[in-house]
Design a protein. Structure first.
Lengths: 213, 334
């Protein structure tokens, strides 16, 4: 059971719509492309409408317009934000240098937060955790295995430099280790996707047809 | 000479349809009916124990911040686990505040909030913090200012009294799968509030990425495989006994037998495709952009398929990737 809808009329209608759209998408399995494309267009249209609604109802009105109307003096920083939003919205008609300003803010801000977080929150702690510290034999062995695998995979990325026979062999081993890792990850993906198929079939049989409640 | 199949899509669709049919039949078989040898729940309960230990250490009526940002496509995989976590928290008298930083997450959050209200979750213990735009920047701002101005109620008041930011909460439960998942929470929130425990539920594909954070302690607990999720759901159900909440529909994990059969069938289909590719066959590919015409994968097959009046000249055209007689580009020999 997806449990998203109740047993009232709206819930029944939502279940039927979801089931029919699922069947539309699965029509691709028998090579029916037109119906599948209809489902794709439906998804694109609904997603666009949803995003617009979300932006207006949950961002622009409550976090920009309402604070400015209610207390303009207390929200002075929102005024330049309003100008930047206006510049982005009117990008088609404004000169490029004007539009470049909000885009630069957007990209630079996102990059700064993402990069800073990656260094402080991921790179440094993971490097610290990878340092082989004296301890039990298992800890040291794990650290050495990690070091060896990482080194071999990194050597596998050496391209365009003269390589000796040993380095060539290490690079080959690194590529095989990389393939092994990717294979394992694909195995995870297979299990993940199968769970989704089983769930969807359960939805059709249980929620829609009522066969497996 | 073999006659070309006038409707190649039928043969191509046979395997996926068989997969769907068999999975459909197998879906009827419940995990509990499968016997002890075929259980989805992981017998290694260490991940479940980690999460339950963290939750057990919470104070009475804990304030729990739920970062609900799953991917719409993969949420079905972790839905059972997430709802088991909600049930677990409900039985610990937790007060939940749900926030989303992605549009997809907001859609799921709205649906789950509606479901929680329908299944009898106390309204005064539930706070909808809505959608916060700005990706990482929005998350960083939410560390100190999380509650919307319009939010009302005792829970909103309690969070405001405790500072109004994420520091007011006892724990963060991150439901990942989308762009801003547990990793972003660890990087942006964990570094600013190191004393705030973060636990996470994520789809299986995210497990290799998130497991290192568990080892460093940046994540206090992590459920990121279907088997761990099933084990957690069964442990919560076992601890709670039969459902006593009105209108609560029983939550099911996918059938273990269906998963097993599906994996075996998928392996057969994959092996058949690989073998066909290795031997130059072209009959195993699924429907293609050319509406049933299969892309040629080898020069030999290209030569076999090329019309006699436009032959492939000793592999030259094929080697150069130029179109052959039937207009389909082919790959050169490796």
């Amino acid at each position: 059971m997806s449990g998203f809808w109740g047993s009232d009329l709206a819930g029944v209608a939502a279940t039927w719509v979801a089931a029919l759209v699922t069947v539309l998408v699965w029509s691709y399995l028998i090579g029916e492309r037109r119906v599948f494309q209809l489902a794709q267009h439906l998804l694109a249209g609904l997603a666009t409408g949803y995003l617009v609604l979300l932006a207006v109802r949950e961002v622009l009105l409550p976090r920009l317009a309402e604070p400015l109307v209610r207390d303009p003096a207390g929200n002075l920083l929102l005024l330049p934000a309003l100008v930047l939003v206006g510049a982005l919205a009117g990008a088609r008609w404004l000169p490029r240098p004007v539009v470049a300003l909000p885009v630069a803010f957007l990209v630079a801000g996102t990059a700064a937060f993402a990069l800073g977080g990656a260094v402080v929150g991921t790179l440094l702690p993971q490097l610290a955790a990878s340092v082989i510290q004296p301890g039990g034999a298992e800890t040291v062995a794990n650290g050495l295995v990690g070091l060896g695998v990482t080194s071999l995979v990194l050597i596998g990325f050496l391209h365009g430099v003269p390589r000796s026979r040993i380095v060539g062999g290490a690079a080959g081993a690194g590529r095989w280790l990389l393939l092994g890792g990717i294979g394992g990850w694909l195995g995870f993906l297979l299990v993940s996707r199968l769970a989704l198929v089983v769930d969807r079939i359960g939805f059709l049989l249980g929620d829609w047809l009522g066969l497996a409640r | 000479m073999n006659e070309p199949d006038p409707r190649p899509w039928r043969r191509a669709a046979l395997a996926p349809l068989a997969l769907v049919a068999v999975l459909g039949v197998a879906s009827f078989v419940r995990p509990g009916d499968s016997g002890g040898a075929l259980l989805l729940a992981n017998p290694d309960r260490s991940r479940v124990t980690e999460l339950r230990v963290v939750l057990a250490a919470l104070p009475d009526q804990p304030l729990v911040l739920v970062g609900l940002d799953p991917d719409l496509g993969t949420y079905a995989e972790i839905r059972t686990t997430v709802r088991a976590a909600f049930d677990d928290l409900r039985r610990r008298d937790a007060r939940l505040a749900i926030v989303s930083f992605t549009p997809e997450g907001r859609a799921v959050a709205a649906a789950e909030l509606d479901r929680l209200a329908r299944t009898g979750f106390a309204q005064e213990a539930l706070l909808d913090l809505g959608f916060i735009a700005g990706a990482e920047a929005g998350m960083v701002r939410a560390v100190t200012a999380l509650v919307p101005v319009a939010a009302e109620g005792s829970l909103a008041g309690a969070v405001r009294e405790a500072g109004g930011g994420m520091g007011a909460f006892d724990i963060v439960l991150v439901v990942g799968g989308g762009d801003l998942g547990p990793r972003t929470w660890v990087e942006q929130v964990g570094t600013r509030l190191p004393g705030l425990p973060i636990v996470a539920i994520a789809p299986t594909f995210a497990q290799p990425e998130l497991a290192p954070y568990l080892r460093t302690g940046q994540l206090a607990a992590l459920l990121a495989t279907l088997r761990d999720g099933a084990a957690y759901a069964s442990s919560v159900a076992a601890a709670a006994g039969p459902p006593n909440v009105p209108n609560e529909s029983p939550e099911r994990v996918p059938s273990a037998l269906a998963m097993l059969i599906g994996m075996l069938l998928a392996l057969v289909v994959l092996g058949r495709t690989l073998l066909a590719s290795a031997w130059g066959g072209a009959g195993s590919a699924g429907p293609t952009e050319t509406d049933g015409r299969h892309a040629t994968r080898s020069p030999r097959a290209a030569a076999e398929r090329a019309p006699s009046d436009e032959p492939v000249a000793d592999g030259e055209s094929a080697a150069n990737g130029e179109p052959t007689g039937d207009g389909e580009p082919v790959e050169g020999p490796e």
